[in-house]
Design a protein around this ligand. Structure first.
Ligand SMILES: [Zn+2]
Ligand SMILES: [Zn+2]
Length: 106
């Protein structure tokens, strides 16, 4: 009997966008990836193992968890907040409103 075993593995790209890269300390193009390992016999898939989703910074090539810190999104710039007090747009990286001085507490 001859079995043809195979193993194919690699990153699967799920989405493309931008993250706040903790290493580059700036918003960078990034991809959401999942490491997938497939085993097959005669090219019939038997098992498929996946690791949790990660985001990969295209700037430095580092992998990070897909969470609030990296804030993956399709916009190159983080969307502005609306000030809770005056309702005007506030840049995302600010913690106080440049219009009325209202401080956001987190
Ligand atoms: Zn980076
Ligand atoms: Zn305000």
């Amino acid at each position: 009997m001859f079995f043809l075993w195979g193993k194919k593995s690699g990153d699967e790209i799920l989405d493309r966008g931008f993250i706040n890269c903790p290493r580059c300390r700036t918003r960078q193009p990034a991809v959401v990836t999942k490491y997938v390992e497939r085993r097959h016999i005669y090219f019939i898939p038997i098992t498929r193992q996946e690791s949790p989703e990660k985001v990969r910074c295209e700037g430095c090539g580092s992998y990070f968890a897909n969470d609030e810190q990296t804030a993956f999104g399709h916009a190159a710039k983080m969307p502005d907040w609306s000030c809770f007090k005056c309702g005007k747009p506030v840049p995302h990286d600010r913690v106080d409103c440049p219009h009325c001085g209202f401080r956001f507490t987190t």
